[in-house]
Every structure is written in structure tokens, then in C-alpha cells.
Design a protein around this ligand. Sequence first.
Ligand code: DAT
Ligand code: MG
Length: 168
Amino acid sequence: MKEEATLVIIKPDGLKKSLTGNILSRLSETKLKIIGAKIVKVNEELAAKHYSHLKDQPFYPELIKYITGKLHGENRVMALVYWGKDAIVKVRQICGATNPEEADPVSIRGAYGRILTTGLYENVVHASSDPSEAEREIKLWFEPEEIVYPLFPTKEVIYQNYKKFVWE
Ligand code: DAT
Ligand code: MG
């Protein structure tokens, strides 16, 4: 048993259907620790990077519309990092199979997912499928300071003429 981190995203349908609490309760059955969490407005660039391995799939354009909220008029997702023993497999198990019709009915996707008439699987949650994908995805979605454990090596950089919004 190894301790590892995994990325979970509650997709726009999960937020729109007010399922966030239910999904977090289901995920708490894993007894893993949440070490990072935030609500994210997903832009095209983040969506394309997240799903880069699927860009040649026929459902890719719909998938991008889905994760960027265009199918639900709800551009919000919740991104979470879970950490603990066998985190990747434990989370994938509770999420269920990719196709909601084939997913165990008591899994998150089995209970709350559906297949759209376009054929896209609207399956409520994303979960990393292996350690290298988990590392890539956590680094894509989270800055080091947004995670309470030092999961991966970091480096210090100095930005010059760096503009950002702060509270007035
Ligand atoms: P998973 O999310 O289980 O890791 P994936 O990475 O292969 O599955 O695909 C990402 C998402 O794309 C998936 O959650 C739903 C959608 N998708 C995958 N395969 C599909 C298919 N054959 N038809 C429709 N949508 C699909
Ligand atoms: Mg995947």
C-alpha cells in the first residue's frame, strides 16, 4: 500500500444539480484526506490541457463544452486533491466506470451520471487514473501553495512587472 495523491473534479453537472455535498460524502468513505480544494472557472486552455490525450476522439468538442460549463450554463467545477493509501484506486472505485450506464449503480457515476443524446458521458466527476496522470493533473490544476502537503518538488521564481488583482 502506497500513500499517494489524486485529483478529483466535480464537473459542472454536479454543481448545477447541487450534488457537491452528496459526492463529498461518498468520497469520505475512502477515509482519504482532502489536502487541496477550490472552485474553478474552467477556460478553454485549461480544458484542452486537461483532456489533451482525448483530442482526436469524436466526442472531444462536446467534452470541452461540458467541462467549460457550456452544456449547463454553469462554468464552475470543484477541484480537490485527496491523499492517502491507494488514493487513486479507492477514488476511482467510488466514482465508478466511465460510462454511467455500465457503472455500478451505487457508484457516484452510476447514481448521478447519464448519457447525453450526443453520446457524451455526462458522468459528474473526474478522477485521475494512474500516478503519472495524477501528478500531471495536480500540477495543472493547483499551485504548490494551494496544497497543504509538499507533494512535488518546487522551485522559487521571481516575477518582475507581475500584475495581479488584490483586495482593495
Ligand atoms: P475517465 O473520466 O473515466 O478517466 P476518460 O479519461 O477516458 O475516462 O475520458 C474522459 C471523459 O470523456 C469521460 O469522463 C467522459 C468522456 N468520455 C470518455 N469516453 C467516452 C465515450 N466513448 N463516449 C462519450 N464520452 C466519453
Ligand atoms: Mg481519464
